[in-house]
Design a binder for this molecule. Structure first.
Ligand code: ZN
Length: 454
């Protein structure tokens, strides 16, 4: 592609400014001008015809997990999946129990060699070493978001290779974060002590269905820890982000709590917008938090529409189908999802009157950019921003086929779903990476996103 080009004839979706016909001049990887439709440019530049399409700021999936596919290769497979889903940036979780100094430079370099889209990292914080290192992460690595798992108490944490922790550690972590400025603490809320008992009882009673698995982790075990996380955050003065919100009960607690303390961000995931514990998907549908009820599902859409849920992230876990097709208690947790977000938001959201196009641009681009320190370059359509654009055909009808999308994982909750509204082109810093569901850009184009605090 030439160093400059013009995206013509499209309808541009400005996250905060509505939707209108405009042409966009892209030069040297950034948006150089927003033009009136048909306005000439000098010198003549190559044209991308967006006739009949909507032009969104590049989508951002702020909740991706690495470490489940082939090491290193997954940086290509999962960012290919992202590009196919219209995603131009991801922020992925790194889990490491020791010092991140041991792994950061290597992971970053390997990902830059292999990624198709831009990427950043959140670090899991689980040990005393991490507490001591946080300032370095922010200053030297541009990592300003850390994850804490409230459910990894004792042995639960060791199962994934992290030290078991407790509320005292969370309190220290939040206080430290508040002192260091404005990093974002991502907190997984789950009362594991209650869940452990309910799970044991269900297993001993011979329960074995997806629904019985889901019922062993009732909404209050999520909502109660969420409430405690907010309470801790308020007292430390820290900013927290609740990932994968799944239930109306948790949403209600957060809405109420914001009346006294506002520095609370909420994210939900595509599967909570489309599936319930009654969905006929068997152990494929095992995820954490679990699938809930139709009323919870509708509450998630309502929370997105009114702005109380600010982000849709995938919680992408790219395992193989074989790890799911087991007894419900042995099946693996988590779902691949980065490429599913866009068709879910368009097909199940926009076309069913649950969400507007501008709101989609916020929850899937502007808000994650702002919350995670990317907003100077990403998440909006404005002069000087990176030329990350996702062209969407709202009326394209297509069946979801995981085999076409390039992930290491080989299944999807949406396999066989006919969905309306698909990305047809993904531009990362002005370079086309996906066109008509074919990858057209090179692995290694992706750049590391340093996210310093402003
Ligand atoms: Zn989690």
């Amino acid at each position: 592609m030439a160093r400059s080009c013009v995206v013509r004839n499209g309808t541009v979706v400005f996250p905060e400014g509505g939707t209108r016909p405009a042409d966009l001049l892209l030069a040297d990887g950034v948006i150089a001008a927003i033009l009136r439709p048909g306005e000439p440019v000098m010198p003549e530049a190559e044209t991308i015809d967006a006739g009949g399409l909507h032009v969104f700021p590049g989508f951002i999936d702020a909740h991706v997990h690495f470490g489940y596919a082939e090491p290193d290769e997954e940086y290509t497979t999962e960012t290919r999946y992202a590009a196919n889903g219209g995603v131009t940036s991801i922020v992925a979780y790194l889990l490491h129990n020791e010092s991140y100094r041991e792994i950061f430079a290597g992971r970053r370099a390997e990902c830059e060699r292999r990624a198709l889209v831009d990427f950043g990292f959140h670090f899991a914080a689980s040990s005393e070493v991490h507490l001591a290192e946080m300032e370095t992460w922010m200053r030297d690595y541009g990592v300003n978001s850390f994850k804490y798992f409230m459910q990894y108490k004792g042995e639960e944490g060791r199962y994934v290779g992290l030290d078991g922790t407790d509320d005292g550690f969370l309190y220290d972590l939040l206080q430290r974060a508040a002192k260091l400025g404005d990093p974002c603490l991502v907190v997984h809320p789950e009362n594991i002590e209650v869940v452990n008992r309910l799970r044991r009882q269900a297993q001993m009673a011979g329960k074995s269905t997806l629904k019985e698995f889901c019922l062993a982790k009732p909404p209050f075990t999520e909502a109660e820890n969420l409430l405690r996380a907010m309470y801790f955050a308020e007292h430390a003065g820290a900013r927290i982000y609740i990932p994968h919100l799944s239930c109306a009960m948790g949403l209600e607690e957060a809405r109420r709590y914001r009346g006294r303390y506002g520095r609370i961000h909420l994210e939900t995931c595509p599967h909570y917008l489309t599936h319930t514990m009654d969905s006929d998907v068997g152990p494929i549908g095992k995820t954490n938090p679990p699938l809930r009820t139709q009323a919870d599902l509708e509450a998630m859409w309502a929370g997105l529409a009114d702005g109380s849920i600010e982000v849709v992230g995938s919680d992408h876990v790219p395992r193989k189908r074989a790890t799911k097709e087991k007894n419900i208690w042995q099946a693996s947790n988590g779902l691949p999802g980065t490429a599913a977000i866009a068709p879910v938001l368009f097909s199940e959201g926009y076309h069913k009157g649950r969400i507007t196009l501008a709101r989609i641009a916020r929850v899937f681009s502007l808000n994650p950019a702002r919350i995670f320190g990317l907003a100077r370059r990403k998440g909006n359509i404005a002069v000087g921003m990176d030329a990350d654009l996702t062209l969407v055909d709202l009326d394209r009808v297509k069946t979801f086929d995981p085999a076409e999308l390039g992930s290491h994982s080989d299944y999807s909750l949406y396999e066989g779903w006919t969905m309306r509204g698909w990305p047809t082109m993904t531009l990362v810093r002005g370079v086309a990476m996906m066109k008509d569901q074919r990858i057209v850009g090179p692995a290694g184009h992706g750049r590391y996103l340093s996210r310093p605090l402003s």
